[in-house]
Design a protein around this ligand. Structure first.
Ligand code: ATP
Ligand code: MG
Length: 306
């Protein structure tokens, strides 16, 4: 398949999962087990297509880096065990590490809590020519902080600024921030990996039963399941309020890892391909310089062999 065909297919494949206008978005319309028309017997073929996608991604990233104008910011949000880490690992497996930056956002440190919440994210934004991945992000400020209001108290905000409008205000600020980034050449694509509560339980069990996965298990993750419905409401509200044309959300079914990775790869390919990337063209002076360097090296070679 040619790159052009692959790009076309990627665009079509990712489109059903894109939310560019939040308005009436409802999470319950999305089935975490959805695999479009693909069945589990298509899995080997899906893996082949993913490998082709990863190769194409690497070619596009090479041009992104050479051109040094645009940056791409990929944001991943999800419940625990939805597959953020694995998705990053597989999709970025082919790209040049020099042009890629991954940042994982944990519970904020005292220094971070001493600043506004975008501070730490600003510092981690991708350089021009790079792909930056946020494994969790400032969206946690409308998710975990909303579900556990005690975290908000840690943020040392002046009390008169913490009103019942705080989430609405955060959404507004995030929309404005993302518009600002977009206007500065940072292309934003956001992914919510939508796993079902049952599949999350299966994956937690696997972490307990499989010695190689024991290290991934965290008792606090299991405790967080008690707040499942509150999280779902928070995710839904986040998508409704922050899905925009320039910074769309992709709501990706996440009960089948092979399918999740395919959708995320397709959406990133689509984003990169839409930038019309090309290698920088050199001017006449540079062309003369190249010709002169070649002539000189050929002369040396001739001397050596003669
Ligand atoms: P992950 O859970 O993303 O796979 P991890 O297990 O390596 O990564 P954790 O130590 O669990 O890392 O850190 C992630 C935790 O940090 C999550 O529970 C998340 O809710 C929390 N967190 C991230 N950002 C914030 C924030 N702004 N305020 C409070 N908690 C946050
Ligand atoms: Mg964790």
């Amino acid at each position: 398949m040619s790159s052009k065909d692959l790009i076309k297919r990627a665009r079509k494949f990712a489109a059903p999962f894109r939310v560019a206008k939040g308005g009436k978005f409802r999470l319950k319309d999305i089935d975490p087990g959805d695999t479009l028309h693909l069945q589990s017997e298509d899995k080997p073929r899906a893996k082949e297509v993913l490998a082709m996608g990863v190769e194409l991604l690497s070619e596009l990233q090479d041009m992104l880096y050479a051109q040094d104008r645009w940056a791409v910011l990929i944001i991943l949000q999800a419940m625990d065990a939805a597959g953020k880490d694995g998705t990053i690992k597989h999709i970025m497996s082919g790209v040049n590490p020099q042009g890629c930056q991954v940042h994982s956002f944990k519970s904020p440190s005292p220094e971070e809590l001493d600043h506004d919440y975008l501070w730490r994210c600003m510092k981690a934004l991708p350089n021009k020519g790079n792909i930056g991945i946020f494994n969790r992000s400032y969206y946690e400020e409308t998710l975990v902080v909303r579900v556990h209001k005690e975290y908000l108290a840690n943020e040392k905000l002046p009390p008169e600024l913490v009103t019942r409008n705080i989430w609405k205000e955060r959404f507004q600020d995030i929309r404005n921030f993302e518009r600002y980034l977009t206007r500065n050449g940072i292309v934003i694509r956001k992914f919510y990996l939508h796993i079902s509560k049952e599949e999350q339980e299966r994956r937690f069990m696997e972490r307990i039963d499989n010695p190689e996965k024991n290290w991934k298990f965290s008792a606090s993750d299991v405790k967080e399941r008690q707040h499942w419905d509150e999280y779902m409401k928070a995710f839904e509200d986040m998508i409704r309020n922050t899905a925009t044309k320039e910074a769309p959300w992709y709501v990706v079914p996440a009960d089948n890892k092979w399918f999740t990775r395919l959708v995320v790869a397709a959406a990133i390919i689509d984003a990169l391909a839409s930038l019309g990337l090309h290698y920088p063209k050199v001017d006449d002076k540079k062309l003369e310089e190249l010709a002169a360097a070649k002539k000189s090296m050929l002369g040396e070679k001739k001397k050596r062999s003669g």
